[in-house]
Design a protein around this ligand. Structure first.
Ligand code: GLU
Length: 550
């Protein structure tokens, strides 16, 4: 076809498209950003629930844009309407908000480069494809499903590349008259790329994470516009990344195989190329086989982001974990800079693991414990309460009723150089501090009394009634209980007892253990005297009675 014929063809295919490319180029001008600013996007398809891998790439989008004073936007990629799930879009925005991975622009966040949802951009895509038709890089293809299927089967049999290209691309060179006739006959068509590629040539792409990669040139006439006039993902994302001025496409490496097509599309459309950063999937050591495999929806509770929300993993701790996956040197930096926040760390693609990172629950738990240990009692109270209002309303209410006490309990052993590391999730607080609330202590915790031993309640009652003074400091208290121990035939220290066991009934630690078990129901607890101070004598006595009567 001559250029004039192609202009006619384009008009025939897209009579309603009145704007030209220049209109949109002018409408979405270059961003006014400092040198080196990265513009990143999270482009989820609302086809399922959000998983850890999605969160990781959105997190990377956020940190790279933020540290370079660029922009991070959310674009909903809903080209595949058939696979959309109900509430899928809303779920995406809710997750980003809940996990504090906030785009500064995009769908439901506003911005100058929208609409940020592909289903509302059809006219834009058609404008650009109309232009490709005029350039001779796209054409209508009227092939029927059965024809395509027959070709696929033949290709499979001959073990040749699957797709419509070369001799298989029967409609590539239809004349204008032939097209007109088919359209008049109401034959359905898609618009295909007229790929100029040659699979014998190689292209090279330098990925920010994976480095130099080589591929055969793309040579398939891929569908760009579907029968209903909506684009395929491949075409839509190229137009969007261009008009939204994305500089870095950070995404899962399942897209690596599409790179030759994407690079070709950018070239044919005359767009400035984007940089790619393909993230390898998160892996995990299989419990049964011991092999490293991709983290799985079916087998691993950590796969979906729901897990983190429901179990009450603090968002900041999850961010720390995502940061350790994103850059291999983050963990060490964080250990050496406990006072600093993630935003002070400089992320770089060359510190990103090429082969992916293994999910490490112990590491996540440890980060969470460190997180909690650095929070004040009041902060632990507030955050746990906030989580409980969503996930355990009964406990939320109990927390409110016991607020003052709870803050005191959460504050025990916070001040020293090595603050207590007990909890790793909000969901653990109820059990971990069950002795702090009378009703829980009696109902839930005491049933879990960890000790098999029978303790001497008379001895403990005597101590509490006649010797315990809650208004002294820790050292004085310990001295008095030692005296009490000695006057009752117990050694003042475990060492004394060990040296001459026949001389004693036990040592001071045994008395403390008895008190601890009676008032907390457990063998280990935070500082005993601090707990006693918060409980007060009456409640201590009540608990000893409770123990006695069991
Ligand atoms: N919509 C694609 C997906 O959900 C995103 C691909 C991309 O980021 O380019 O996997």
């Amino acid at each position: 076809m001559t250029k004039e014929e192609r202009v006619e063809l384009a008009e025939l295919l897209f009579p309603n498209i009145k704007h030209d490319r220049e209109y949109y180029e002018a409408k979405y001008p270059e961003r006014d950003l400092p040198e080196g600013a990265m513009v990143t996007r999270y482009g989820p398809s609302p086809t399922g629930s959000v998983h850890l891998g999605n969160l990781l790439s959105a997190f990377a989008d956020m940190v790279y844009a933020r540290q370079s004073n660029g922009s991070f936007f959310l674009r909903i990629e809903d080209t595949d309407q058939k696979r959309m799930v109900e509430g899928g879009i809303e779920n995406i925005t809710t997750v980003l908000k809940d996990f504090d991975i906030l785009p500064n622009e995009g769908y439901s966040f506003g911005g100058e480069y929208g609409p940020y949802i592909q289903s509302e951009r059809t006219e834009i895509y058609q404008t650009y494809i109309k232009d490709l038709v005029i350039q001779g890089y796209a054409y209508p293809c009227f092939m029927k499903e059965e024809e395509i299927e027959a070709i696929r089967q033949e290709q499979e049999l001959n073990k040749t590349k699957i797709g419509i290209y070369g001799v298989y691309a029967i409609d590539r060179d239809l004349s204008l008259e032939e097209v007109r006739e088919k359209i008049n006959n109401k034959e359905e068509y898609v618009i295909r790329l007229k790929s100029p590629g040659d699979a014998n040539h190689e292209i090279e792409v330098i990925d920010c994470i994976k480095g130099k990669m080589k591929f055969p040139e793309h040579n398939v006439d891929t569908v760009l516009l579907k029968k209903d006039g909506t684009p395929t993902y491949h075409f839509a994302h190229a137009i969007d990344d261009h008009l939204m001025h994305t500089t870095h496409v950070i995404r899962g490496d399942e897209w690596v195989s599409s790179l030759p097509l994407h690079v070709q599309l950018f070239q044919l459309l005359g767009f400035k190329p984007v940089r790619y950063a393909h993230i390898a999937p998160i892996t995990i050591k299989d419990q049964e086989t011991g092999n490293i495999r991709k983290i799985s929806k079916r087998k691993d509770p950590w796969f979906g982001v729901k897990y983190y929300e429901e179990n009450g993993i603090p968002i900041e701790a999850l961010h720390l974990y995502l940061a350790t996956i994103t850059n291999t040197n983050f963990e060490e930096w964080y250990l050496n800079n406990p006072e600093k926040s993630i935003s002070e760390f400089e992320f770089s693609f060359d510190k990103q693991a090429v082969g992916g990172t293994s999910f490490d629950e112990a590491k996540l738990v440890n980060l969470c414990k460190t997180y909690f240990s650095r929070k004040s009692g009041k902060e632990v109270y507030e955050e746990t309460h906030f989580w409980a209002t969503k996930h355990d309303t009964e406990y939320a209410k109990l927390l409110e009723e016991n607020k003052e006490d709870m803050i005191k309990f959460f504050s025990i052993e916070k001040d020293g150089p090595r603050p207590r590391k007990d909890i790793s999730k909000y969901s653990e607080v109820r059990e971990e501090f069950s002795y702090a609330i009378d009703s829980l202590f009696e109902k839930e915790h005491y049933a879990k009394n960890e000790s098999e031993k029978e303790y001497d309640t008379d001895l403990v009652l005597d101590y509490v009634n006649n010797y315990l003074d809650l208004n002294v400091d820790n050292e004085t208290w310990f001295n008095t209980i030692k005296e009490f121990a000695v006057s009752n035939g117990y050694a003042a220290s475990p060492k004394d007892y060990k040296n001459e066991p026949e001389k004693y009934k036990g040592h001071v630690g045994d008395i403390c253990e008895a008190i601890r078990v009676m008032i907390t129901g457990r063998l280990k607890s935070p500082d005993l005297f601090s707990i006693m101070k918060i409980l007060g004598k009456d409640r201590i006595l009540k608990r000893i009675e409770f123990y006695k009567n069991k």
